[in-house]
Design a protein around this ligand. Structure first.
Ligand code: DX5
Ligand code: ZN
Length: 217
């Protein structure tokens, strides 16, 4: 099975993002966490920043919107060229209509679920999305511990994706390191976001390689 490793620049040096993007050029996507201080109790950056990062990044951007009213704001991220735009199921008014709009604009459409959000209502709608993100920590901050109780949800999604016959990426985000990536991959995840484990390492490129190897083992 194909896998992807997407470092989260939430753990990068915000004063040196261009340099830090260059350090993760061996990764598949740069994961960009957009937080609005409303959907989550933290604030990061917005559209202008993503537009600029897009110009200097050696790899495509995987945008994760932790914001209220994604129906209104998400299309802007597709417009500036983000490869994928993932919004939260808990925040969207019409997730299917929004996903269709993002796809029409040429982005991969993703839907994200907080750890406590049940997956069942979305299992019949999977074909509307290119990727599903299972949060393995409460969204808002990097450096938290992986919540193992999310594993059954990943397993459920993996079987539903298999049944659907579509190549929908199954992403995990939060607390991913060389140990937890094994559990997530075992449950069926194929796309891994890692913030502090990659940027906290002396050599991010070596850590990316080590995480890939662990996921494949
Ligand atoms: C958390 C963010 C994550 C975060 C992961 O709300 O969505 O992408 O950067 O950071 P780590 O890997 O440190 O848990
Ligand atoms: Zn994220």
């Amino acid at each position: 099975m194909d896998m992807r490793l997407n470092p989260s620049i939430l753990a990068a040096d915000f004063a040196n993002l261009e340099r830090d993007l260059a350090r993760i050029s061996s990764a598949d996507f740069a994961h960009v966490d957009i937080m609005d201080n409303h959907f989550v109790p933290n604030l990061t950056f917005g559209l202008g920043m993503v537009e600029r990062l897009q110009q200097v990044s050696p790899i495509p951007l995987d945008v994760h919107l932790m914001i209220d009213d994604p129906d209104r704001w998400a299309p802007g991220y597709a417009e500036v060229g983000a490869a994928s735009v993932t919004f939260h199921a808990e925040a969207a008014t019409d997730a299917v209509a929004l996903a269709r709009r993002l796809r029409d604009m040429g982005a991969r459409a993703g839907i994200a679920l907080k750890p406590g959000t049940p997956v069942e209502p979305y299992l019949e709608l999977l074909q509307e999305f290119d990727q599903v993100l299972v949060m393995t920590v409460e969204p808002g901050f990097g450096g938290q511990s992986f919540i193992a109780e999310t594993l059954p949800k990943i397993e459920l999604l993996r079987s539903a994706i298999r049944r659907s016959g579509h190549d929908i990426w199954l992403q995990v985000d939060g607390g991913i390191n060389e140990e937890t990536i094994l559990a997530a991959a075992g449950a069926g995840a194929d796309t891994f976001v890692a913030g502090s484990s990659v940027f906290g390492a002396d050599h991010p490129a070596d850590k990316i390689a080590a995480l890939r190897a662990a996921a494949a083992s």
